[in-house]
Design a protein around this ligand. Structure first.
Ligand code: HEC
Ligand code: HEC
Length: 305
């Protein structure tokens, strides 16, 4: 009798979990679902695309056995407006932009301006092979990344550029204001997929420092292009989920952006939110080690170098 009751209880819990996953479809597939070969290949491709997106963001953080360059990139000398130096000058996004438009996009002005073109047109006109060749220095010797990353990474980058880019102009206008988006729907997505790590109002992880804090709301508000890129591809070196792998629609991402940009952007706004929402603010999920920085972990397992 007791055993049957336990079995029934387990079945009920299982069914309700499966049902809520089916109903909302946001948390990825239920484990019980089996993949066809075609679906398996599709998933594998989505994983490579999102990995390529993370490499584009920060290839050193997205790999475990690469060396962080200390000098400036050989092409860096060809511009003088962007004053950064060292590893930053090796990040694809630093020269080509979070919106993939380089000088024609958000990096067309401000401290990130380099005058370098984007990769959006290359995605349309170049084949995957040609996109790989760019990063092997076949087209221009100075654009050779083979000393930094492996061929597998170069292949993932090419796949990301060919199949993973989106037209961010469909989400935000030139000033970074969202074009539409349903905040209520965005709030629902946030609660189910982001709050467990970033906290109820996106302030649990501070990407800046105590002096100049940067919360989720800050990023979504100040740099929606970066926000969109990271939501789609995931944050390099962390277990943050990827909207590309989870097959979210463009509408989901726009809804999420329109909600998250209303969250606190600095410390003064937190007190307003905590008065409104009370204790939930104090909960601490330690995603990172004590000093607030990521641990040595930046892994996806060893790369094939
Ligand atoms: C230091 C700046 C810099 C960095 C870092 C950089 N690129 Fe480039 N990239 C350039 C420049 C400059 C060109 C040449 C554009 C031209 O033809 O005028 C270029 C060209 C390209 C092109 C071809 C564009 C076209 O339309 O012909 C692709 C694709 C590309 N880069 C991808 C990447 C990827 C992927 C990364 C990261 C691994 C990366 N780049 C890192 C500066 C950079
Ligand atoms: C499993 C935990 C986890 C989940 C779930 C998660 N994140 Fe993250 N996220 C992180 C970690 C860890 C960082 C890295 C913090 C750092 O590098 O300082 C991060 C960084 C970010 C950043 C980059 C901020 C910056 O400027 O570097 C953005 C944007 C972001 N997350 C958005 C989201 C959104 C939106 C969701 C929900 C769709 C989400 N995250 C879900 C763990 C998570």
């Amino acid at each position: 009798m007791k055993r049957i009751a336990i079995i029934l209880l387990v079945l009920t819990v299982f069914a309700s979990v499966a049902w809520s996953q089916m109903e909302h479809g946001m948390m990825g597939r239920s484990d019980r679902q089996s993949y066809s070969q075609e679906e398996g290949e599709k998933l594998f491709e989505l994983m490579s695309i999102s990995r390529g997106g993370q490499l584009y963001d920060n290839w050193w953080k997205a790999t475990v056995d690469t060396k962080k360059p200390e000098n400036d990139h050989p092409l860096w000398k060809e511009q003088s407006s962007n004053q950064r130096g060292g590893y930053d000058t090796y990040r694809c996004k630093e020269c080509h932009g979070w919106d993939y438009r380089g000088k024609n996009g958000a990096y067309g002005k401000g401290s990130h301006y380099t005058g370098f073109k984007g990769v959006y047109e290359a995605a349309e006109k170049m084949s995957i092979k040609e996109l790989e060749d760019v990063n092997k220095g076949v087209i221009s010797k100075k654009h050779d990344f083979t000393a930094q990353i492996s061929n597998k990474e170069i292949a993932d980058l090419a796949l990301f550029i060919k199949k993973g880019l989106i037209d961010t102009g469909k989400f935000v206008d030139g000033e970074g204001l969202p074009i539409g988006g349903n905040k209520r729907a965005g709030r629902h997505i946030f609660k189910r997929n982001c709050a467990m790590c970033h906290g109820a109002v996106g302030t649990e992880i501070n990407f800046g420092d105590s002096e100049k804090p940067e919360f989720l709301g800050t990023v979504a508000y100040n740099n929606p292009w970066e926000f969109i890129h990271k939501v789609r591809n995931g944050q390099p070196g962390t277990r943050m989920p990827s909207a590309i792998i989870n097959d979210w629609s463009e509408e989901d991402i726009l809804d999420l952006l329109s909600f998250v940009r209303t969250l606190p952007k600095d410390t003064s706004e937190i007190s307003w939110w905590s008065r409104r929402f009370g204790g939930g603010m104090q909960r601490h999920h330690r995603m990172m080690h004590g000093d607030g920085h990521l641990s040595g972990e930046r892994g996806f397992g060893a790369s094939q170098k």
